[in-house]
Design a protein around this ligand. Structure first.
Ligand SMILES: C[C@H]1O[C@@H](n2cnc3c(N)ncnc32)[C@H](O)[C@@H]1O
Ligand SMILES: Cc1ncc(COP(=O)(O)O)c(N)n1
Ligand code: SF4
Ligand SMILES: [Zn+2]
Length: 618
C-alpha cells in the first residue's frame, strides 16, 4: 500500500446519528484516524488516513483532536487528556502555584462562587444523545488543576527554547505534522518567522505552528454576545470548527459567563485558543470604556493566562495620536478593541495603557508562554478606508512593539485587515513583513468588496486566498453572518470550509511540498469515476455525497461513468477516457495503429451523418 502525503486538511466526519461504533463508522466512511510516531512514544501526531478503492491511502492533516479517535473516550465534563503535561514538567522551569482567586465579576455576576462549586442546575433531561452535553454553565467539574508559571520570571516560551538551540517535543511534533525537519522548525521559531502557541496551562493542545513557510492556517471565531449566549453552543462550535479543519479557535465572548465559557472551551480544545482580554476587562467595568485601567486589564490577562489561553489579541498599537486620523473615514473604527482603546485614550486624554505598560505585559505573557497577536485596532472597515494613514500609522507602531515583545522572548504575530480591494492587498503583506521583521501575519479576510452582506465568507475568502498566497500565515475566517449577527454552528462550518479552500489554494500557489498530492489524488478519482474516493477525499464529504446522490442515489451510480450534470452521452470525461484507453493509454501503440484508429473513427463519424451532437436515445 502506498501513502500519498497530502497535507493541510481537516477531518471530515459523519454527521448525524449512527448505530455503528466510531471505528465502524469511520471505516464505512472510507477513512480512519491514524498517528505518525516521533522519536519517543509520547509524540504521536494525529492524521486522517483516507482509504481509496484503488488500494492506496492518502494521509491528511487532522485538527479534530481525540473526538475522532475511536480508541479514546471523550467526555466534555472531564475534558481532554493533558497530553503535554510531562513535556512541560520535565523542562523543570515552571512551578505550580495557588493562582488568582476566582472573582464573581469574572463571569459578570455579582455573587461569590467558590472554585469548583456547582452554581446552576444539572443538565436538562433527555438530551444524553446529543454530541455536546447540556448544562455546561456550571463550573467545570474536571479535576481541579493548579496553574503553572515560570520559576523566578524565567522565559518558558518556545521562542526562548528555540533561540537557545533546543528542539522541544512540541517542535518535533509540528515537524512531523508538517513533514519538515525539526531543525527547520526551530530556526523558523528562533527567527520570529513562526510561532507555536502553547500556554503551559493548556496541556490539552496538539502543537501546531503558524508561519509563512508552513501550511497556511485557519482560525475560527466563536463566542457568545450579550444577545445570544449558551456555554454548550460555544463548546459545540469549537468542536465543530476543529472537526472541519480550524487550526485555532478564538473565544470572542462578550456576553454572560465569559470565564466559565472559556474554561469549558479550553479544557476540551485540541487546538490553541485565542482571546481578546480587553473584552472581558470591559465587562468587569460594566461596559464603560473610560472606567478601564491597567490594573483591571492586567488582572484579566493573568486570569486568562492561568486558564490556559494560548494567544491574546492586544490592541496596543492604537495610540492617542492615531485616533484623529480616523475622523474622516467612511466607517471609522470597526475593531471592537480599537474602538474601546480609542474611547479610553480620548476620555483620559492619555496614552493607551496597553502601550505604556507593554513591557510589563511581555513579562506576564512570557512566564506562561502566551503568544501575542498584536491587534489591528485601526483596520479599515470598508473598501473606501483601505490602506489609509490611520491603518499604516498603527502598523508602524505594531512593528515597534513586535521588536519589544521578541526582545522579551515572547512569541509574536501581527493582525491585519479587514476590508481591502484586491489591488491593495499585496501592499499590506509587503509592508507588514518589512515593518514587523517577518513576524507571522494573521489577517481577517480581507473582504474584497462591501456589497454582499450574507455572502461575506465569499467576499473575504477571495481576499484570504490572495493574502495567503502573498505570505499571510494564518487566515481568520469570516462567516456568512458577518455584519448581520452572531454565527451559529452551520455558519461556523461554512466559514471553516470556505477558509480551508482559501488556505489550500494559497498552499498550492506557494508550491508547498505535498499540497498538490491531495488535488492529484482527487483528480485521479474524478477521472477514473471512483465516486466514493472523490467523496472521501473532499473537504466536505457529506455535502459532496449528498449533492451527487440527490439525483443519482442508486448504488450502481457509484461506479457509473457520468453524473446527472451531462448524462451518459455527454460526459466529456467518459469520452475523453475512452479515447485515452483506446489510443493513448497502452504503451506501444504504434504510429500506424493510431493512424488506423483515427481513420476508423472518421469513418464512423461520416456513417453517423457527420453530426457533432447525437440525439438522445429517448
Ligand atoms: C474581529 C471579527 O471577529 C468576529 N467576531 C467577533 N465576535 C465574534 C463572536 N462572538 N463569534 C464569532 N465571530 C466573532 C467578527 O467577524 C469580527 O469582524
Ligand atoms: C484577525 C483578527 N481576529 C480578531 C481580532 C479582534 O477583533 P477586534 O479587533 O474587533 O477587537 C482582530 N483584530 N484580528
Ligand atoms: S457587527 Fe453589528 S454590532 Fe458589530 S460593529 Fe458591526 S453593526 Fe456593530
Ligand atoms: Zn466589516
Amino acid at each position: 500500500m502506498t501513502a500519498h502525503h497530502a497535507h493541510n486538511l481537516q477531518t471530515a466526519h459523519q454527521s448525524g446519528e449512527s448505530t455503528q461504533n466510531p471505528r465502524q463508522a469511520q471505516e464505512a466512511a472510507g477513512w480512519h484516524k491514524d498517528h505518525l510516531s516521533g522519536s519517543r512514544p509520547d509524540i504521536r501526531v494525529p492524521v486522517r488516513r483516507v482509504h481509496l478503492t484503488d488500494g492506496t491511502d492518502v494521509i491528511l492533516y487532522d485538527t479534530s483532536g481525540p473526538y475522532t479517535d475511536p480508541t479514546q473516550d471523550t467526555d466534555v465534563r472531564s475534558g481532554l487528556a493533558p497530553s503535554r503535561t510531562n513535556w512541560i514538567i520535565s523542562r523543570g522551569d515552571t512551578e505550580e502555584y495557588p493562582g488568582r482567586a476566582l472573582q464573581p465579576e469574572d463571569d459578570g455576576v455579582k455573587h461569590t462562587t467558590p472554585r469548583g462549586a456547582v452554581v446552576r442546575a444539572r443538565p436538562r433531561s433527555g438530551e444524553a444523545e446529543t454530541p455536546v452535553a447540556t448544562g455546561l454553565d456550571e463550573v467545570f467539574p474536571g479535576r481541579p488543576r493548579r496553574p503553572r508559571r515560570a520559576r523566578r520570571g524565567a522565559a518558558v516560551s518556545q521562542l526562548a527554547y528555540a533561540r537557545r538551540g533546543e528542539i522541544t517535543p512540541e517542535m518535533e511534533y509540528v515537524a512531523l505534522r508538517e513533514h519538515r525537519d525539526p531543525e527547520f522548525v526551530r530556526e523558523e521559531i528562533a527567527a520570529g518567522r513562526a510561532v507555536l502557541p502553547a500556554n503551559v496551562n493548556h496541556p490539552e493542545t496538539e502543537p501546531m505552528i503558524i508561519g509563512r513557510n508552513f501550511l497556511v492556517k485557519v482560525n475560527a471565531n466563536i463566542g457568545n454576545s450579550a444577545v445570544v449566549s449558551s456555554v454548550e453552543e460555544e463548546v459545540e462550535k469549537m468542536t465543530w470548527a476543529t472537526r472541519w479543519g480550524a487550526d485555532t479557535v478564538m473565544d470572542l465572548s462578550t456576553g454572560r459567563d465569559i470565564h466559565t465559557t472559556r474554561e469549558w472551551v479550553l479544557r476540551n480544545s485540541p487546538v490553541p485558543i485565542g482571546t481578546v482580554p480587553l473584552y472581558q476587562a470591559l465587562e468587569k467595568v460594566d461596559g464603560r470604556a473610560e472606567k478601564l485601567s491597567w490594573e483591571v486589564y492586567r488582572d484579566t490577562v493573568i486570569e486568562q493566562c492561568e486558564q490556559g489561553v494560548d494567544y491574546m489579541t492586544v490592541h496596543a498599537g492604537v495610540l492617542l495620536r492615531h485616533v484623529p486620523l480616523t475622523a474622516r473615514r467612511k466607517t471609522g473604527i470597526v475593531s471592537r478593541g480599537g474602538s474601546i482603546m480609542a474611547a479610553w485614550c480620548l476620555a483620559h486624554h492619555r496614552e493607551s495603557f496597553l502601550y505604556t505598560h507593554f513591557e510589563e505585559l511581555c513579562g506576564i505573557l512570557r512566564s506562561y508562554d502566551v503568544t501575542f497577536s498584536l491587534g489591528d485596532g485601526l483596520r479599515p472597515g470598508s473598501i473606501a478606508d483601505a490602506n489609509d494613514e490611520a491603518q499604516f500609522a498603527e502598523l508602524r507602531t505594531l512593528g515597534e512593539l513586535t521588536a519589544v515583545a521578541k526582545a522579551h522572548d515572547v512569541q509574536t504575530m501581527v493582525e491585519g485587515p479587514g476590508h481591502v480591494p484586491m489591488h491593495k492587498i499585496k501592499e499590506n503583506v509587503e509592508l507588514q513583513q518589512e515593518i514587523c521583521e517577518d513576524a507571522p501575519f494573521y489577517t481577517l479576510g480581507p473582504l474584497t468588496t462591501d456589497i454582499a452582506p450574507a455572502y461575506d465568507h465569499i467576499t473575504s475568502g477571495i481576499g484570504a486566498a490572495m493574502i495567503g498566497w502573498w505570505g499571510t500565515a494564518m487566515l481568520c475566517y469570516v462567516t456568512p453572518k458577518e455584519h448581520l449577527g452572531l454565527p451559529n454552528r452551520d455558519d461556523v462550518k461554512t466559514g471553516v470550509i470556505t477558509y480551508k479552500i482559501a488556505a489550500h489554494a494559497a498552499d498550492l500557489a506557494k508550491g508547498h511540498p505535498g499540497a498538490r498530492e491531495w488535488d492529484d489524488a482527487l483528480s485521479d478519482a474524478r477521472f477514473e469515476f471512483r465516486w466514493e474516493d472523490q467523496f472521501n477525499l473532499a473537504l466536505d464529504p457529506d455535502t459532496a455525497r449528498g449533492f451527487h446522490d440527490a439525483t443519482l442515489p442508486a448504488e450502481p451510480a457509484k461506479t457509473a461513468h457520468f453524473c446527472s450534470m451531462c448524462g451518459p452521452k455527454f460526459c466529456s470525461m467518459k469520452i475523453s477516457r475512452d479515447i485515452t484507453e483506446r489510443f493513448g493509454g497502452e504503451e506501444g501503440a504504434s504510429a500506424e495503429e493510431i493512424e488506423a484508429g483515427m481513420l476508423e473513427k472518421s469513418r464512423e463519424f461520416a456513417a453517423g451523418g457527420n453530426r457533432v451532437y447525437l440525439p438522445l436515445a429517448d
